[in-house]
Design a protein around this ligand. Structure first.
Ligand SMILES: *Cc1c(COP(=O)(O)O)cnc(C)c1O
Length: 356
């Protein structure tokens, strides 16, 4: 049966990296490839970026790091969520670098002999990273940090970087300056990193030695100059004519206001088309809109093609593409581009192809 196709353009990913690398100036531009490279496929994505010159990658978990290491054994891989206990030995053996986020992670890493790692500090997000009182404790007992051997990077994460007007950005930056200065007293020289995509766009004050870009690489806001990376198209698998006042879909939430043509597509919320898109979004046929009619179901979607007399079974429908970005789709679903990308389902046929 004809099936939806998810097309991912490695060339566009490379060009987005080059654009952010130009913006970040002298800072190294590392890339976040956690969650299977934001749903785009970590193998092909990391390979394309590495060919373009990217040497440093961030993942969330040890498992993700091991997967990436298998694909690209020579790149530098940081594990954002850190490691603890027995995971330390696995990470150390593969030269994977944990971001140490709390005193217990630091102690575990040091116990086995330490090695190259990052230290994450929390500067105002209250999510992950050592807190100012932890850092004061390190100053009292500096042997804890010395035992690590190789803190290459001290990093923190901004809570509001997608909003250039948020005063919280400057407040976090100041806290980062202060805490990294304190750490300089107890650590050998290290590099500093504060910015993800949003922070990179805030300007040179936020770049420090390394930026960690994710969403902008994959074509999403807040990097408004990004090139689109993902296209999602689906064939129509059935078309029916319905009389005025006929309901469509679960719960009869859509009702024909005129004699209508309804087309059914073989994808649904199990494929990442959030149920919140029910009656709330448009897809495109030959560049012209066709509204979603009724609820999105698990594996199917119904659209109103009354104004598309040429639509037939197998007509290709654009769900993400030139007429609808991941961000417009996200807005219709009440979410963000990040969640659209990371929800893209495993059932799609994925094609990697040059943007040309
Ligand atoms: C996910 C993540 C990034 C990348 O963020 P984007 O907003 O996608 O650029 C950078 N740093 C940390 C700590 C992250 O969790």
């Amino acid at each position: 049966m004809p099936a939806p196709i998810l097309t991912i353009k490695p060339d566009a990913i490379t060009r987005n990296w080059q654009a952010l690398n130009a913006i970040s100036g002298d800072a190294e531009t590392a890339v976040a490839v956690k969650a299977d490279a934001y749903g785009c496929g970590v193998g092909p994505v990391a390979a394309a970026l590495n060919d373009a010159g990217c040497q440093t990658f961030f993942v969330a978990t040890l498992d993700e790091a091991v997967t990436l290491h298998t694909e690209l054994p020579d790149v530098r891989i940081f594990i954002l969520n850190g490691v603890s206990g027995e995971e330390c030995q696995i990470a150390r053996n593969l030269h994977l670098r944990p971001c140490l986020n709390a005193p217990h992670q630091i102690a575990d890493w040091g116990t086995g002999g330490g090695g190259p790692c990052a230290l994450q500090i929390d500067t105002g997000m209250s999510r992950l990273g050592c807190e100012p009182h932890d850092i004061r404790a390190f100053e009292q007992a500096s042997d804890l940090l010395t035992a690590l051997g190789g803190v290459e990077l001290v990093m923190s994460h901004l809570a509001c970087a997608d909003d250039a007007d948020a005063a919280h950005n400057a407040a976090q930056r100041e806290a980062f300056e202060t805490l990294t200065a304190d750490l300089s007293a107890v650590l050998p020289p290290f590099k500093r990193s504060l910015a993800a995509t949003g922070g990179t766009l805030l300007g040179a004050d936020y770049h420090y030695d390394l930026v960690r870009c994710g969403i902008g690489i994959y074509g999403g806001a807040p990097f408004s100059d990004a090139e689109a990376v993902v296209t999602l198209t689906s064939p129509i698998i059935q078309i029916r004519e319905i009389a005025e006042d006929t309901p469509v879909g679960y719960g009869e939430t859509w009702r024909a206001e005129r004699r209508s043509r309804i087309a059914t597509l073989p994808l649904g919320y199990a494929d990442g088309l959030h149920r919140a898109l029910s009656n709330a979004c448009t897809v495109y046929i030959d560049g012209k809109p066709a509204p979603i009619a009724g609820r999105v179901s698990m594996d199917l979607l119904t659209i109103d093609v009354t104004d598309h007399p040429d639509a037939t079974v197998e007509t290709q429908v654009e769900i993400i593409g030139p007429n609808q970005s991941i961000d417009t789709l996200a807005t219709a679903a009440g979410t963000i581009g990040y969640e659209i990308l990371t929800s893209l389902g495993s059932r799609y046929e994925r094609r990697y192809k040059s943007a040309s």
